[in-house]
Design a protein around this ligand. Structure first.
Ligand code: FE2
Length: 222
């Protein structure tokens, strides 16, 4: 073997490492530097684009929260419950590492709007029973999101969740599952399952799927 640092030595160790005599694509140092600059620039632009999207969604969500607060003006419990569900949902999204841009927007909207039909259900049907809330919630949620120019695919998905949020057999995705768990954690306050540890564990095992949701429920009521 040649002594280190001679061209032959470098050829030898290159061959040993890559099992070929030269790179598949030969680029000059200048080209490599230019390529890495282009890549850096591309990544910077992508990061900036994501930051802009997050900021737009945050502004829109604020407007949706205001609309929800207006509807629940006469029932402060509705606002309080909704904001707690939103908080639970955010904790689950973060801990589960749910893809924020893909599902976060939908889950946060579903959390803010899930009970939005309650007041109208009471007014129209004299009852806040789950089915009436689902029925009346969909058009109200759609209108609020349309006012904020959300994409139709987002509106459709959130409306599906709002329109089924009392019907666990219709859960068909991680976004709906997280909303369901975030809401259930609040609703468990008035359930018998929190009376003893065995009942609590059994209830959580049977009704929760995400580890973050399970932990949140157990930590709250244990
Ligand atoms: Fe709720």
């Amino acid at each position: 073997m040649e002594s280190p640092a001679t061209p032959q030595f470098i050829e030898e160790i290159y061959f040993k490492r890559f099992k070929r005599e030269e790179p598949a694509t030969v680029r000059s140092l200048k080209e490599i530097i230019a390529g890495s600059k282009v890549n850096k620039e591309k990544k910077k632009k992508e990061k900036e684009q994501k930051r802009k999207e997050r900021s737009i969604y945050a502004t829109r969500l604020e407007a949706v929260i205001k609309a929800m607060e207006t509807i629940f003006e006469s029932v402060p419990y509705g606002i309080d419950h909704t904001m707690k569900v939103l908080d639970n949902a955010r904790q689950i999204i973060t801990e589960e590492k749910t893809e924020r841009l893909k599902y976060g927007v939908i889950i946060e909207l579903a959390a803010v709007l899930h009970d939005i039909g309650a007041i109208e259900a009471q007014r129209k049907h004299g009852s806040m029973e789950g089915h009436f809330q689902e029925l009346e919630g969909v058009p109200i949620a759609a209108e609020i999101m349309q006012e904020q120019n959300y994409e139709q695919s987002i509106i459709d998905r959130v409306c599906y969740i709002v329109g089924n949020h009392h019907t666990p057999e219709n859960i068909n995705g991680i976004d709906f599952q997280i909303l369901w768990e975030a809401d259930l954690i609040e609703n468990m306050q008035i359930m018998d399952c929190i009376q003893n540890e065995a009942a609590l564990k059994q209830f959580v095992a049977g009704n929760f799927k995400t580890q973050a949701g399970k932990n949140l429920a157990l930590n709250r009521y244990r």
